[in-house]
Design a protein around this ligand. Structure first.
Ligand code: CMP
Length: 138
């Protein structure tokens, strides 16, 4: 499988000053940062980014939340990146996340779950391209 994944540190985690601790866990786990930006999503951009979830009962809450404040977007590189990163962040629902995972430590609920991580190599590329141009990655 591929060697890159894509992540977002979500609005509540940024607001709570968890950027540093979360990036520390990411780099300690052996991921290299290939691209990173402090930015935000408009509501329309959040709807486009999460279009795979359009029509689901949580789509409105998800896209309102994701456009509610600044985020950190990053491309991460490591062998087996997508699977290893999903292991590092833990279950989508933080109450089910394993001890020592990012979501167990820094998430408060299914919606406010601290970070996003790509679920496949294909989506890692689509999501990275959504945020980063060629000259914004090393
Ligand atoms: P994320 O990895 O960013 O991808 C979609 C997000 O939708 C997910 O994390 C959750 O934060 C959010 N979400 C809210 N409710 C649900 C749900 N019932 N099932 C899956 N994702 C949900």
């Amino acid at each position: 499988s591929g060697n890159q994944t894509f992540t977002i540190i979500k609005p509540v985690a940024v607001q709570k000053n968890y950027i540093g601790p979360i990036l520390h866990m990411i780099t300690e786990a052996g991921f290299r940062i290939k691209a990173m930006k402090f930015t935000y999503l408009t509501k329309i951009q959040a709807m486009e980014f999460y279009s795979v979830h359009a029509g689901k009962y949580f789509f409105e809450d998800l896209t309102s939340f994701m456009s509610s404040g600044p985020i950190v977007a990053a491309i991460l590189e490591k062998e087996n990146a997508v699977e290893d990163y999903r292991h590092l962040i833990g279950a989508t629902d933080p109450s089910k996340a394993e001890e020592g995972t990012i979501r167990k430590l820094y998430a408060e609920s299914m919606s406010h779950n601290a970070v996003h991580g790509s679920d496949s190599d294909e989506n890692a590329i689509v999501e990275s391209d959504f945020f980063f141009s060629k000259t914004e990655r090393y």
